[in-house]
Design a protein. Structure first.
Length: 129
């Protein structure tokens, strides 16, 4: 992530991520909810699932190797940041993605939940109910 992330509003989301961490109810499986997203039409093409800044910050804080899981398949994953001017050249900002080859099989339009599992640094993506 860029060094100017405080200027782009990410500092506020970092605080929100910390608050989420403290409010989170850990289940017996030690899973922590990270985010809920709708799979975009681009995800099956590029394997990138957009995540909130708060979720990206939480995953970045973990360090180490990151893995994603979908329908019982696990694969290496990485965080990707893209600078964007979708709001115009005067307001550049960043979008955050979790990139993994198995995300190419995610169904477009599906609502998915991302949960961080404490036993390993992995993000399980499951259909939202």
């Amino acid at each position: 992530m860029s060094s100017d992330c405080h200027d782009s509003g990410i500092h506020r989301e970092s605080i929100e991520a910390e608050n989420l961490h403290h409010r989170c109810h850990h289940s017996h499986s030690d899973a922590m909810h990270l985010d809920r997203r709708t799979v975009s039409r681009k995800t099956p093409r590029d394997g990138k699932l957009e995540v909130s800044a708060a979720a990206a910050i939480r995953m970045a804080q973990l360090g180490g190797e990151l893995h994603a899981e979908w329908q019982g398949v696990r694969a290496p994953a990485s965080m990707v940041t893209m600078t964007c001017t979708c709001g115009g050249d005067a307001s550049p900002h960043e979008h955050f993605f979790l990139e993994c080859a198995i995300f190419r099989t995610l169904p477009v339009g599906e609502d998915v939940s991302l949960a961080l599992h404490a036993d390993t640094v992995r993000v399980a993506v499951t259909p939202s109910t």
